[in-house]
Write a protein that binds this ligand. Structure first.
Ligand SMILES: Nc1ncnc2c1ncn2[C@@H]1O[C@H](COP(=O)(O)OP(=O)(O)OP(=O)(O)O)[C@@H](O)[C@H]1O
Ligand SMILES: [Mg+2]
Length: 327
């Protein structure tokens, strides 16, 4: 019997070394059933290595991973499928054959394969592409085939390593929307890897911010953005002004001139640059040797070189642990 109370993925104390280098330096994480969880962090922080350990492609030097309560070994491998940035489709097989492949490997009865493949192709808007070969498809279509091929086997957990990384920005945004809708629709747990914070915010139920092989913070996109645990997280997720006094304030919380309420923390500076962005204006302020960024709604009647009073409500300052780079 499957235990639906336990997390789909339970990670305890995993460590992975390559020679003397610790790529994963002690990670604990629970991923609940049906969640969209994203590992977010800069290049080299250990995202892919962690994902490969969950998928059973890499053996940790310490710790353990349970998928659906089963240790990651051949048994647990059945519960996970991985989608790569490079699609990794079989070039000599049609779209239909690519999607059917996993079912044939799983020895699904022949009569079941065709209807499941057709249903999945339909779900991903690929019905009219079924007879084509991968080279005859766009990047977005190829990525959809890769997703269909993984999902058709009904894994418990789908692991996705920067699956949209090879697409142009417009296609990426479009696929983000589709991916999120798809995940809700199929109800499968997704563990997604990206270094793109906007993508992580857009897609995820839970974001796991990683720093040098460790977890810096776990939370909803809103929690991670509004209450970053450290200066590292505040810097990586969104933009942050780090004030000389040890205070951190988001650009949208920097207020200018008449917008400053009584009791706000204040300072004086000079406008160094401004750019009108349509819905908002971004202002760069020279604040006595420090540069601050403010994002204010609409247009602003300030010119470069103008003196400006800036400030913020005390409740809008972030309460952060300063990590090494900020000490
Ligand atoms: N097989 C390997 N042998 C040696 N070092 C490795 C190996 N795989 C990964 N590493 C190192 O481990 C660290 C983490 O790698 P990993 O691929 O997990 O990073 P990542 O967070 O996925 O980065 P990116 O965003 O660039 O894909 C890197 O410094 C990398 O060079
Ligand atoms: Mg990677």
């Amino acid at each position: 019997m499957e235990d639906t109370q336990q997390p789909d993925v339970r990670i305890r104390g995993i460590v992975k070394r390559f020679g003397a280098f610790e790529a994963v330096a002690g990670i604990d994480l629970d991923v609940a059933r049906g969640q969209f969880v994203t590992l977010l962090g800069p290049s080299g922080c250990g995202k892919t290595t962690t994902l490969r350990i969950i998928g059973g492609f890499e053996t940790p030097d310490a710790g353990e991973v349970l998928v659906a309560g089963v240790p990651v070994n051949e048994a647990a491998k059945r519960h996970t499928r991985m989608v790569f940035q490079s699609y990794a489709l079989f070039p000599h097989m049609t779209v239909r054959a690519n999607v059917a492949f996993g079912l044939r490997m799983d020895k699904v009865p022949k009569g079941e394969i065709a209807p499941r493949v057709e249903a999945m192709l339909g779900k991903l808007g690929l019905a009219d592409q079924a007879g084509k070969y991968p080279r005859q498809l766009s990047g977005g279509q190829q990525q959809r085939v890769a997703l269909a091929r993984a999902l058709v086997t009904q894994p418990r957990v789908l692991l996705l390593d920067e699956p949209l990384g090879a697409l142009d920005l417009k296609m990426r945004k479009k696929m983000q929307g589709e991916l999120k809708a798809l995940q809700r629709n199929v109800g499968i747990t997704f563990i997604y890897v990206t270094h793109d914070q906007e993508e992580a915010m857009n897609l995820s139920d839970i974001i796991v911010v990683m720093e040098k092989g460790k977890i810096a913070q776990v939370g909803t996109p809103e929690e991670v953005y509004r209450r970053p645990a450290s200066s590292y997280v505040a810097d990586f997720v969104g933009e942050t002004n780090f004030m000389a006094g040890g205070v951190a304030v988001r650009p949208e919380n920097i207020l200018i001139g008449a917008a400053l309420p009584a009791g706000a923390s204040r300072g004086k500076g000079v406008v160094r640059a401004k750019s009108f962005l349509g819905a908002s204006t971004r202002i760069e302020i020279d604040a006595g040797g420090q540069t601050l960024f403010a994002t204010v709604p609409g247009a602003v009647a300030l010119e470069i070189g103008d003196a400006v009073e800036y400030g913020w409500r005390n409740e809008d300052s972030l309460n952060l642990t300063m990590t090494e780079d900020r000490k």
